[in-house]
Design a protein around this ligand. Structure first.
Ligand code: MG
Length: 218
């Protein structure tokens, strides 16, 4: 089982919560409207892929999209966590890719069906290495991050543009679930999502989390 080490403390991934539609410009590019409450779905922890691993394009869809996201690791259990206390529940941060089969997702949405086939397939959660989170040195409301494919910049985001900022996400998620150590939260993707294909190289990067890369097998 994958283990995450933060300042010598080990965490096992427990659940992966993903937030959809959390940046206005991304909501617009998908043709929807901004949600009144966070859109939440889950991926299996089995879909996590470490940096540098070879990825395979899934065969049950045609449009595989990259979605770069800031990803949080919960370090401390909590229910009904106040926004003022939210940051103290975060043990680590990194970047990840919420890989999405867009054509499959569109079809499932139209039919009112669950999203797992489009969001929680094998290798659908490439994840960087978690860095210890210190609220005094990292501003989660002003963190810039990028995604490039074959060296071309595709996505450029900043967490200040989140519809539901990190504190609000933790408050709201913890009203619906008791958050536990090892919980992982993908916080939503900015605009610029686009196609990935066999042979591509994806890089995701921020000053605060470092740079991580994956290659798709040709
Ligand atoms: Mg996403």
């Amino acid at each position: 089982m994958l283990q995450i080490s933060i300042n010598g403390k080990l965490f096992e991934p427990y659940r992966i919560f993903c937030i959809g539609k959390n940046y206005d410009e991304h909501v617009k590019e998908l043709g929807g409207k901004a949600p009144e409450e966070p859109v939440v779905f889950m991926k299996s922890v089995a879909s996590i892929v470490a940096p540098g691993a070879n990825l395979f394009v899934p065969q049950h869809g045609n449009l595989l999209h990259h979605e770069v996201e800031v990803v949080l690791l919960i370090g401390q259990e909590g229910r009904d966590i106040l926004e003022a206390d939210a940051l103290s529940h975060i043990a680590g941060i990194t970047l990840g890719l919420d890989l999405t089969l867009r054509d499959v997702q569109d079809r499932l949405k139209k039919s009112g069906l669950p999203w797992e086939l489009s969001k929680s397939f094998d290798q659908s959660a490439p994840l960087g290495i978690f860095k210890a989170y210190d609220p005094d040195s990292i501003d989660l409301e002003n963190l810039s991050f990028w995604c490039s494919v074959n060296g071309d910049l595709r996505q450029q985001g900043n967490t200040r543009n989140m519809i539901f900022p990190v504190k609000s996400l933790i408050y709201k998620l913890s009203r619906w679930w008791t958050l536990k150590p090892g919980d992982i939260i993908f916080t939503g993707t900015p605009a610029g999502v686009g196609l990935l294909k066999a042979g591509d190289q994806v890089d995701i990067e921020s000053a605060e989390t470092g740079k991580y890369s994956w290659d798709f097998s040709p």
